[in-house]
Design a protein around this ligand. Sequence first.
Ligand SMILES: [Zn+2]
Length: 389
Amino acid sequence: MSEPIVSIREVKKDSVDFILENVDMAFANSFRRTMIADVATVAIDMVEIDANTTVLPDEFIAHRLGMVPLISTNCEEGMKYSRDCNCIAGCEACAVWLILNKSCQGDDTIDVTSNDLEVVPGGFAGQYDMGTIADAEELAKRGQNFGHPVSKHEPGAKPVLLAKIRKGQELKIRCMARKGIAKEHAKWSPCSAVSFEYDPYNKLRHTTHWFEVDERGEWPLGRNAQEEEAPRDDEPFDYNAKPNKFYMEVETDGSLGPQEVIMKGLGELQEKLGLLIIGLKPPAEDDLMSGVNAQGDQAGGWPATSNAPVANGWGSPARGAANTWGNVGSDQGSPRANGWGAVAGSGSPRQNGWSGSPSGGASTWGGGAAAAGSGWGSPAAQQSNGWNV
Ligand SMILES: [Zn+2]
C-alpha cells in the first residue's frame, strides 16, 4: 500500500470535508474514534447551585451546563488534568470558574442561555485551594477567551438555551470547568459528528440495498460517486477487494477548530500505537535484570544507556564517593536492587529507579558515566531518546 493521501474538499470554521486514501478501514475508523473520544477539551464538571427557583430541577440544569461547549483552544498544552495537578480542589492550572446569575423581574418570560455564563478569572476567593501558582508559560498557551461559552463571542451564533424563567424566578450558580476527554463523558468531545463513507457504488457489497423494482433508481448516488469509476455491468465481483478511499467529514461543536481536532486526533493515535509497540516488544535479557531498556537495542522511549546499564534518575555516584541519595558499595559486578541509589562497578546490571552511575563523576541528580552526567539520568557514550538528554 502506498503513502496515505489526504485531499481536502471543503473547510469551514467548524467543519472539514476530506478524502483519505491508501489507508485501511481499521485506520480510518480508529482515526474517527480518536477524534471523537480522545481529544481533550474543557467542560463544566462541578456545579454549585445557590438558588434555583425555576421549574427545572437542579440536576437537570447541572447536566445542561456540563453539555455547554466551552472554548478549548490548545487545551492539551495549556491546561492540566486535575488528577495531574498538585492542588487539592482546583487551581488556575487545572480549572476554569464560571458563574451564572440571572433573575426575572418583568412580566415577560426570559431565556437563560449559555451567554449568561461569565468566566471568573482566578476563581471564587476563599472557596477553593488557590495555593498552587499556575505556570505562566502554560497559561499563555491557551487560546483567546479560553473557557468561555462558544457562542458568546461569535456574532450571529445562537447560544445554548438552559432554562426559561418567569417573574420572581432566579438562577444563581457557580461552576468549575475541568479538562477531560469524551471517553470519560461525552461532554468533553470536541466533535458533534465525525463520519465517513466508502465504496459509493457498493462494489464491495458490504451492504444490501433493499428495493421494490429498480435498485439504481431507488438508491440515487451521492456526490462521492463522482470520485470513483462506475462499475461495468459485466464486471465480475472481486472477492479480494478492500476499501481504501474514505470520504470523511469532521464537524466540531466549536470548542476546538477542525484542524486542531484532526491534528490532535492523529497525535493521540500515534501515541497509542507507539505505546502498543513498546508494550509488545519482548524485553531483552538485560532488561529483565535491570528493569530498563538498556544496552543493545535502544529503540524504546525509555532511558537507555550504553556500557553498564544504569537506571534512570536520581543517581548516585560511583564507587568511592558518597552523596545524599545514594549509598556506596564496593562489591563490583553484583546486580543491585532498587531504592535510593546504589553503586556497583561498571558492567553490573542495575535494577530500577534511583540508582547510580557506573563509574566516574558523582553528582546529586544522577551521575554520569565516564564523561558527563546531568540531571535525571546518566548518559554514557551512546544515547537514545526518551527521558535522558
Ligand atoms: Zn490545580
